[in-house]
Design a protein around this ligand. Structure first.
Ligand SMILES: C[S@@+](CC[C@H](N)C(=O)[O-])C[C@H]1O[C@@H](n2cnc3c(N)ncnc32)[C@H](O)[C@@H]1O
Length: 219
């Protein structure tokens, strides 16, 4: 079961996801309900989104500037906005942003929604808190939907992310990234270290037999 669930590349799992997500699906957390388009990263069956939601639930976010880089459904951004943060949600997937804008209106929550390839559309900005749930399977994405899962055969997503992220790291702010034992954590850490970024485990959580880690990133 565990190995089956772990591999998004597994044909049965991919077929199962395709059937389950053939239409927009509802997802709710702490009184926020959203519709998630089939072309957007699904928070329902994956573990990472909920682990991050539970993590930020405990954090004081009132009046803090909060960036979710690669927001997907945007449920984390909406929850941060509900907790009083000044939220910016970005993604490369236009459908994700279109649905997030609609979901924000329906939940009476305000946030800034920006189409951006990593930090490209965020020049000269600073954020008190940055949260990243990255794509981490080393395969080349064939379309924008697959960018939710695949980071490129040679970890291109991370090779581009860390040199940019370094410029958004300050002595005061907090940057968090979730990864699972299912991905090549060592390789990702090694890519980060080329940009002088270090990882410290803040949360370790085992769900359905799979360990997930929230790292705090510092430079
Ligand atoms: C694993 S999903 C996480 C979604 C959401 N943060 C969550 O936790 O549910 C990764 C997200 O990153 C986005 N993404 C991938 N490559 C990106 C890039 N170069 N720039 C911006 N967003 C990107 C994907 O479209 C996807 O929405």
């Amino acid at each position: 079961m565990r190995n089956f669930l772990k591999k998004i590349t597994h044909p049965f799992l991919r077929l199962g996801l395709k059937i389950y997500y053939f239409k927009p699906r509802k997802f709710c957390y702490e009184g926020i309900c959203i519709k998630v388009h089939p072309d957007v990263f699904p928070p329902h069956l994956t573990l990472s989104t909920t682990i991050l939601l539970d993590f930020i639930k405990e954090k004081k976010l009132t009046n803090k500037s909060f960036l979710e880089l690669g927001c997907g459904s945007g449920i984390i951004s909406l929850f941060a906005a509900k907790k009083g943060a000044d939220v910016t949600a970005t993604d490369i997937n236009p459908t994700a942003l279109e649905f997030l804008t609609e979901n924000a209106k329906k939940n009476n929550l305000e946030l800034e929604v920006i189409a951006s390839d990593l930090f490209q559309s965020l020049p000269n900005r600073t954020f008190d808190c940055i949260v990243i749930n990255p794509p981490y399977y080393p395969k080349t994405p064939k379309n924008v939907k697959q960018k939710a899962w695949f980071c490129g055969e040679n970890f291109e997503y991370f090779e581009q992310l860390f040199p940019q992220l370094k410029n958004y790291s300050t002595t005061e702010n907090e940057i968090y990234m979730i990864l699972s034992e299912d991905c090549e954590v060592k390789k990702i850490k090694a890519i980060a270290s080329k940009s002088g970024i270090a990882f410290a485990i803040i949360v370790e959580k085992k769900v359905v037999g799979e360990k997930n880690y929230i790292f705090r990133l510092t430079s």
